[in-house]
Design a protein around this ligand. Structure first.
Ligand code: PHE
Length: 448
């Protein structure tokens, strides 16, 4: 077996590179698809408000925790828990994270493949090649799903083989600005269309009577998934982080980027739905808004088709490319977790690790591609339950095993005066009490 040199771990080239890579991990289908459709179907602006609270009060402290563990240990999630204590249980928590990453990646690539396929569907539709267009819109078509998911996975593997700075950092540094540019232009267009203001109102004027426990737990779960927490993605990304970087500040920037892009996605999708309604497209089923899958994969394409001409074509292609780019920057981080695990723990070279793990996950993806009902099951086990369990265990690990003070000591690198700030009082309290209590409650509710 090839022996990995220390260089095979790699490190980020610049602070901006790290922020964009971590924000790329965070910004994904969860932001552009999950968040806006949940806002639309689960409470409008009230959902937005609760989501913001969950992100900053529950998500941000856990992100700081994961980054500190990663940077201190300079290891993948399993190696990191091993390195920071002699406790035999916590490496299993790291392993659970690796498993969640693999399983989330397996269905995530299938959905990403749908989005990528729809970019071409818009082109085929424009030219009137209806057979090809209809083939791509069929989300239940196994061979088609498997084919596009494979393309997506191969792209992800290719980027990962390039390493941390030349692969992941370089790719996300190009894709993230592109993503933001596309969104801003699309929002500019959609907001000027008839009907858009109804969507804006729905999105920004809160009706607080809509807040109930279901909404709160949905928003909390969404925040966890969207920030890529609970499975060691940020332990891994933190392990490549330079000692001179300020961890709380970096985590705050990543959180703000994630929330900011989710907010922009809402400003695009909700108005677009009401523009579609205005154009006579049915967006309600009875008195319920259509499901989130239908909103993105039926109603939006219908809207692009009804706009028609070159504008309809460009909007359609660009929107689905946007979704694909967002997904790709996330699949990179989902694959990097098991790859770094194999590199560190089994001393395999990066290239070999990326190809073997990537192709292994692809096998699971292909099974999902042919049985799309597995998506819901996997999502429930590895996202809804899996990520909060990982997050809870991380809080417990820091509180009782590694200690919050050791984490603060790690944060002092890059933030020399941290012990004179209020952060050293507030953050440990959140990690010891607020976050675990909220997360535990969420897990119990998900079980029931
Ligand atoms: N945060 C990503 C999204 O919003 C998904 C993800 C979860 C990525 C966990 C990595 C780890 O789509």
């Amino acid at each position: 077996m090839a022996v990995a040199s220390t260089n095979d771990r790699g490190s980020w080239n610049s602070k901006l590179g790290f922020i964009l890579a971590a924000a790329g991990s965070a910004v994904g289908l969860g932001n552009i698809w999950g968040f806006p459709t949940k806002v639309a179907t689960e409470g409008g602006a009230a959902y937005l408000v609760v989501y913001l609270i969950c992100t900053f009060l529950i998500g941000f402290p856990v992100m700081v925790a994961e980054l500190s563990i990663g940077r201190k240990a300079r290891k993948n999630p399993v190696g990191a828990f091993k390195a920071l204590s002699s406790n035999k249980f916590f490496p299993l928590v790291g392993l659970w994270g690796v498993i969640c990453g693999v399983m989330i990646l397996s269905f995530y690539t299938v959905i990403a493949g749908w989005a990528f396929g729809f970019a071409f569907e818009e082109i085929f539709y424009y030219f009137g090649w209806m057979d090809a267009a209809n083939w791509l819109t069929d989300t239940g078509n196994g061979p088609k799903n498997a084919l596009i998911a494979s393309v997506f996975m191969l792209g992800t593997i290719k980027i990962i083989t390039g390493g941390v700075s030349d692969g992941i950092e370089k790719a996300t540094k190009t894709m993230m600005p592109l993503l933001i540019g596309i969104m801003v232009i699309m929002i500019g267009y959609v907001l000027t269309q008839p009907g858009a203001s109804e969507g804006v109102r729905e999105y920004l004027l809160p009706d607080f009577s809509k807040i109930n426990t279901t909404l709160i737990f949905s928003a909390m779960g969404q925040a966890f998934f969207s920030l890529s927490l609970g499975m060691g993605a940020l332990i891994t990304y933190g392990s490549y982080l330079n000692k001179k970087e300020n961890i709380p500040q970096a985590a705050a920037l990543v959180t703000i980027a994630d929330v900011g892009i989710a907010f922009l996605a809402g400003l695009l999708i909700l108005p677009a739905m009401y523009v579609a309604k205005n154009a006579g497209i049915e967006i309600f089923v009875g008195d319920q808004l259509a499901s989130s899958t239908d909103l993105v994969f039926q109603i939006l394409p219908a809207l692009f088709h009804s706009i028609g001409g070159a504008i309809g074509l460009i909007l359609g292609v660009v929107f689905f490319l946007l979704l694909s780019i967002a997904a790709l920057t996330s699949t990179i981080s989902l694959l990097e977790v098991p790859v770094s695990f194999v590199i560190d723990e089994y001393r395999v070279k990066r290239k070999k690790a990326a190809w073997s793990v990537g192709l292994g996950v692809l096998v699971v993806s292909i099974i999902v591609a042919f049985n799309t009902s597995l998506i819901g099951t996997f999502d429930y086990i590895f996202n809804n339950l899996g990520l909060p369990i990982g997050g809870l265990m991380t809080c417990i690990f820091i509180t009782y095993v590694w200690k919050t003070d050791s984490a603060i000591t790690e944060m002092e690198f890059g933030f020399a005066g941290i012990r004179q700030t209020i952060f050293v009082k507030v953050w440990p309290f959140f990690i010891r009490v607020i976050c675990p209590a909220a997360i535990l409650y969420n897990i119990i509710r998900n079980f029931v």
